[in-house]
Design a protein around this ligand. Structure first.
Ligand code: IVH
Length: 667
C-alpha cells in the first residue's frame, strides 16, 4: 500500500469513528469545524485519486444526484407487523396466554415503539450491502443508496465478532427538530407540509435524489436482529452485542420478569416519551428467549411472541362553534372548525382542520356539537369524533360544504378522484391572485423584495392583478400610495429590474404552475431549453423527462392551455425576463464541485451572481448564503460585505475570485 492509499484509509477510519461518536453516541470528541476539515481533506484526496474510490467511504454519505428507480427485492424473512392494543387488560391477556402456551417461566423485553418507517439492513462480511423497505411485507424497495446517507447507520461494522451474514431491522426516523425545520422550509416555498415525522421519513426515504436524503438528517434506531448465527440466544443480549458493532440500539430497553414491571414501564414512558428527540407511539413487548420465540411461532400476520401497546393520543372535548372555509394559493378550499378554546398537550386549541367534505360527512357534524379533538403525531389537531349523547337535545344545523367560493363567489369544483374542492376562478379570485404574486416574488423564485402586506396594498390599490402587472409599476404611482417613501419605492423598482437576470429555471418555478416546484422547474428548463419549446411540448415529450409523471405533465399542459397564462408569459418575456436557459450554464454540466459548499458574495463582471449560483449547482456544488465551518469556498466579487470577509478569514475558508472559479470549472 502506498502512502496516499494508507492516508486515505486512515482518514476514512477516523471520520467514521467521529460519525459514530456524534450520531450514535451523541458524544462528539472534536468540533464540527475540525470534523469538516478532515472530511474535506479526505474528499480532496479521493477526488485526486479515483483509483482508491470505495463505496463504503464516509464521503459517499453525501449521496449522489443520480436518480435511480428502486429495485424490488424479496425479503429473506417476511417483515410482519405486530398485534396492536390500547388496553392494559389485553397486555395482561397476552402475558397470560404466553404463560399458558410456554408453560414455563419467561422474560419479556419492553422497548419503545418508534413511529417512523421500518427498514431491514443486510450486512455481509461486516459491510452494509442492502437496505430494504417493508413494502408489502414480502417484497420491498431497495433503498440502499439513500440509507447510506444516514450517519448513524454503520457502513462497515466495528469489532470482529459479528456473523458473516445477518439482518438487522429498525425504524428510520426524522427527529422532531429536523421535522420542524423541514416544514418551515416547505412553508416558505409553499410546498405542502408533512403531517407528521413518520410521513416525512417515509417520503424522504423514497426520494430519488440521495443528495436530498442526505440533507434531511434522518436517524435510525434498531431493534431486531435476524440470522442463522446470532451471537446470543436472547433478544436482549443480541441487541446489546449489536450495539458494540456500531449500531444505534436504544438504551431504554428493559427486561421485565413480572406484569408489574411491564406496567410500570408503560406508565413511565407514556409521560417521559414527550422529552425524546423522536416520535414514539407505544411500547413493544417481546419474549426474550429466542428458543421460546420459536416455540410460540407466528400467526399468519404477526409473531405470537410480541405485542404492541399503543399510547392513547391526547384527547379533549369541546364545542364546535362554527365552520369557516379558507381558500389557498392553488384554489383549494379547506374547511376549518372553530372551537371553544380547550387545552391539549399544553397548548390552547381554537381551530382544527376538517380537511375535506368526506371527513365532515363521515363525522355527521352539526353546529354546537361536542367534538373530540386529538393531537397524535400530527402538527394540526384533528377532530376524531362527536359526542352524540349530548347532541339529542340541542342539535344545531348540519355542517355542509359550501358550493360557492367564500372569496369570489365562483362555483366550486371537485375533480374526479380528488377529495378537495377547488375554486376554479384562478385569475379572478383574490387569495389565489395574491398567493400567486407572493409566490412569484418569493426568495427562491424571483426574489423581489416585498412581503405579503405590500402585495396586499398593491393589489387593493388596483395596481397589480397578476404577476406581469408588477413590471408596470412606476415610481410616481407608488409614491401616491400611503406609507410609501421614496426609498422603499426605489428599492422595489431596483429589485424588479434585478429580477430580469433571474435564470429561466427560476422564472419557470415562479410562474406557480401546479406541481412544478424548484426541482421540476429545473428539469423542465434543461429538457426544453426555452419557454416556446416547453409551451409546445406534448404530453409524451413532457413525460419523457426524468421524474416527470403524468400528473405534472398534465398540469403543465393545462397551464399553457389557458390564454390568461400565455398572455402573462408573453408579457413577462416582453418586459425582459429570462425565457431561455443560459448557454454558458448548459455547455458543461459536471460533478466537478461535488460535495463542495460555496458562498457567492459581491458583484461580478463576467456573469451575474445568479448565474454563478446556477453554475455551481450545475457542477454538483451547493450554494449557501452564510459562511460557516462547512463552507469550502467563497466566490467573492467586488463590494463583498466586511463581516463575511472577516468570518471567512477567521474560519480559514478559501476566498476565490471569478477568474479562479472559472478556472476550476475549466479543469
Ligand atoms: S419488532 C416481528 N420493535 O412497529 C416483529 N417493531 O407493527 C418485528 N416498530 O413493523 C417488529 N418500534 O415498523 C419492533 N421496538 C420495536 C418497534 C417496532 C417500532 C414498528 C415496526 C413494525 C411495527 C409493528
Amino acid at each position: 500500500m502506498n502512502e496516499i492509499e494508507a492516508k486515505i484509509k486512515t482518514l476514512r477510519k477516523e471520520v467514521e469513528q467521529h460519525n459514530y461518536n456524534y450520531y450514535v453516541l451523541s458524544a462528539p470528541t472534536i468540533s464540527d469545524y475540525v470534523f469538516d476539515e478532515r472530511l474535506k481533506e479526505l474528499q480532496i484526496l479521493e477526488n485526486a485519486h479515483p483509483e482508491y474510490a470505495d463505496p463504503y467511504s464516509p464521503t459517499q454519505r453525501v449521496g449522489s444526484d443520480l436518480s435511480k428507480e428502486f429495485e424490488q427485492v424479496t425479503h429473506t424473512y417476511p417483515m410482519l407487523s405486530l398485534g396492536n392494543t390500547y388496553s392494559e387488560d389485553e397486555v395482561r391477556e397476552f402475558y397470560n396466554r404466553t404463560m399458558r402456551l410456554l408453560n414455563e417461566p419467561f422474560e419479556l423485553v419492553a422497548e419503545l415503539k418508534y413511529d417512523g418507517t421500518s427498514i431491514s439492513l443486510i450486512y455481509e462480511h461486516g459491510r452494509l450491502t442492502h437496505a430494504i423497505t417493508r413494502g408489502d411485507g414480502t417484497r420491498g424497495d431497495d433503498v440502499t443508496s439513500n440509507v447510506k446517507t444516514i450517519r448513524s447507520i454503520p457502513l462497515i461494522l466495528m469489532g470482529e465478532h459479528y456473523p458473516d451474514a445477518f439482518e438487522i431491522r429498525g425504524e428510520i426516523l426524522l427527529p422532531w427538530a429536523e421535522f420542524d425545520r423541514l416544514n418551515k422550509e416547505r412553508e416558505e416555498q409553499e410546498e405542502p407540509l408533512f403531517a407528521n415525522p413518520r410521513n416525512a421519513a417515509a417520503g424522504t426515504l423514497k426520494q430519488q435524489n440521495a443528495a436530498i436524503v442526505s440533507s434531511r438528517k434522518l436517524d435510525a434506531y434498531l431493534y431486531y436482529l435476524l440470522g442463522d448465527n446470532l451471537p446470543a440466544d436472547t433478544h436482549y443480549d443480541n441487541l446489546q452485542i449489536a450495539r458494540t458493532w456500531g449500531f444505534k440500539i436504544p438504551d431504554v430497553i428493559r427486561r421485565c420478569c413480572t406484569l408489574d414491571d411491564v406496567f410500570s414501564y408503560l406508565a413511565y414512558w407514556d409521560v417521559e416519551r414527550k422529552n425524546l428527540p423522536v416520535a414514539t407511539d407505544g411500547v413493544v413487548l417481546k419474549v426474550n428467549s429466542l428458543l421460546q420465540q420459536r416455540n410460540l411461532g407466528f400467526t399468519a400476520k404477526s409473531p405470537r411472541w410480541a405485542i404492541a401497546y399503543k399510547f392513547q393520543a391526547e384527547k379533549a372535548v369541546t364545542r364546535l362553534d362554527f365552520v369557516t372555509f379558507q381558500v389557498g394559493r392553488t384554489g383549494a378550499v379547506t374547511p376549518v372548525a372553530n372551537l371553544d378554546p380547550v387545552v391539549l398537550s399544553g397548548t390552547t386549541i381554537k381551530r382544527a382542520s376538517l380537511h375535506n367534505a368526506d371527513i365532515i360527512e363521515g363525522l355527521d357534524l352539526h353546529i354546537g356539537d361536542y367534538v373530540y379533538v386529538e393531537k397524535g403525531g400530527e402538527i394540526i389537531p384533528k377532530i376524531t369524533g362527536v359526542d352524540t349523547e349530548v347532541r339529542t337535545m340541542l342539535m344545531g344545523d348540519k355542517v355542509r360544504f359550501i358550493t360557492q367560493c367564500p372569496e369570489c363567489g365562483a362555483f366550486l369544483v371537485r375533480p374526479a378522484g380528488e377529495s378537495a374542492h377547488y375554486c376554479p376562478n384562478e385569475s379572478g379570485c383574490p387569495p389565489q391572485i395574491k398567493g400567486r404574486i407572493e409566490h412569484f416574488v418569493s426568495r427562491k423564485a424571483m426574489d423581489i423584495h416585498i412581503g405579503p402586506e405590500t402585495v396586499e396594498d398593491l393589489y387593493n390599490a388596483g395596481y397589480i392583478k397578476n404577476i406581469a402587472d408588477l413590471y408596470t409599476l412606476n415610481l410616481p404611482d407608488l409614491l401616491r400610495l400611503e406609507r410609501w417613501a421614496d426609498k422603499s419605492a426605489r428599492n422595489l423598482m431596483d429589485s424588479l429590474e434585478e429580477s430580469k437576470t433571474v435564470p429561466f429555471e427560476r422564472v419557470l418555478f415562479a410562474l406557480g404552475i401546479r406541481y412544478v416546484g424548484e426541482t421540476v422547474a429545473k428539469r423542465l428548463a434543461y429538457a426544453f431549453l426555452n419557454i416556446e419549446q416547453l409551451q409546445q411540448a406534448s404530453l409524451e415529450s413532457l413525460m419523457q423527462v426524468n421524474e416527470i409523471g403524468e400528473r405534472i405533465a398534465r398540469s403543465v399542459l393545462d397551464y399553457f392551455a389557458h390564454e390568461d397564462n400565455t398572455t402573462i408569459v408573453k408579457r413577462l418575456a416582453r418586459y425582459g425576463l429570462q425565457m431561455r436557459v443560459d448557454q454558458t450554464i448548459l455547455s458543461d454540466r459536471s460533478d466537478t464541485l461535488n460535495g463542495l459548499s460555496i458562498v457567492v458574495s459581491g458583484t461580478f463582471t463576467k456573469h451575474s451572481r445568479d448565474e454563478y449560483k446556477a453554475m455551481i449547482e450545475q457542477h454538483g456544488g451547493k450554494c449557501s448564503s452564510s459562511v460557516s465551518g462547512k463552507t469550502n469556498y467563497i466566490l467573492a466579487g467586488d463590494h463583498i460585505g466586511p463581516a463575511k470577509l472577516e468570518k471567512a478569514t477567521k474560519l480559514g475558508v478559501k476566498i476565490i475570485n471569478e477568474d479562479e472559479f472559472l478556472n476550476i470549472l475549466e479543469e
